[in-house]
Design a protein around this ligand. Structure first.
Ligand SMILES: C[S@@+](CC[C@H](N)C(=O)[O-])C[C@H]1O[C@@H](n2cnc3c(N)ncnc32)[C@H](O)[C@@H]1O
Length: 187
């Protein structure tokens, strides 16, 4: 009885500490121009359907937060290629790696701790991003130089402000509101 009591108390403390750390990491990210905001599952699934992942594809979520998008992509399309995230908050990369350990997927999943504007994207052909417009625009300028023709970028909710490139807009109802998804195919 005593052992069970202490086990429950210690487990409660551990869970409370983890929850507080998680809240702290999210609160700290709000000091940045592009904070960590987790995207709704329905929006992630729609954006992934626009990317049309196929066997051999190399997928990356730019600003991968807590890893939810990468892990969901790997879960949904498990027989295809590799799944990656790049994220500059070290605690969020750590959380993503812990989630990866507990995920059922055995496929190639990696989280890279780096600034999205200093990362090499040449090996990727399917790109997901949920970033604010200034960062999404700067990242897309980099992607236009590095990605191979036919590679696809989907920017969720935030438009990319680059002239002279074709940007397709798809609208989809999420949580009762019509939201926009922006698709760029590298010419
Ligand atoms: C809106 S959240 C998106 C999280 C995740 N992709 C999702 O959809 O649930 C944006 C993420 O971008 C990260 N971020 C912001 N600026 C960044 C940068 N320069 N390089 C890498 N990651 C960045 C933030 O820390 C945050 O986790």
């Amino acid at each position: 009885m005593n052992a069970i009591y202490w086990f429950v108390v210690i487990l409660g403390y551990i869970l409370a500490t983890i929850s507080l750390l998680y809240v702290y990491v999210i609160a700290i990210s709000f000091l940045n121009e592009t904070p960590f905001v987790s995207l709704e599952r329905k929006a992630i699934k729609f954006a992934l359907s626009l990317l049309d992942l196929k066997k051999g594809d190399s997928f990356i979520d730019i600003g991968s937060g807590d890893g939810k998008v990468v892990l969901l992509a790997a879960e949904m399309y498990k027989e295809f290629g590799s799944y990656n995230g790049v994220e500059y908050s070290k605690p969020l990369v750590m959380i993503s790696n812990i989630r990866r350990i507990f995920s059922k997927s055995k496929y190639s999943i990696k989280f890279h701790h780096k600034d999205a504007l200093k990362y090499d994207y040449r090996k990727y052909n399917k790109v997901f991003m949920y970033l604010t417009t200034p960062l999404a625009t700067s990242v897309t300028e980099l992607l236009l130089k590095q990605l191979k023709p036919g590679s696809v970028i989907v920017s969720v909710y935030f438009p990319v402000e680059i002239k002279n490139i074709k940007i397709e807009e798809k609208k989809y109802r999420i949580g009762g509101k019509i939201k926009s998804f922006y698709i760029i195919t590298i010419p």
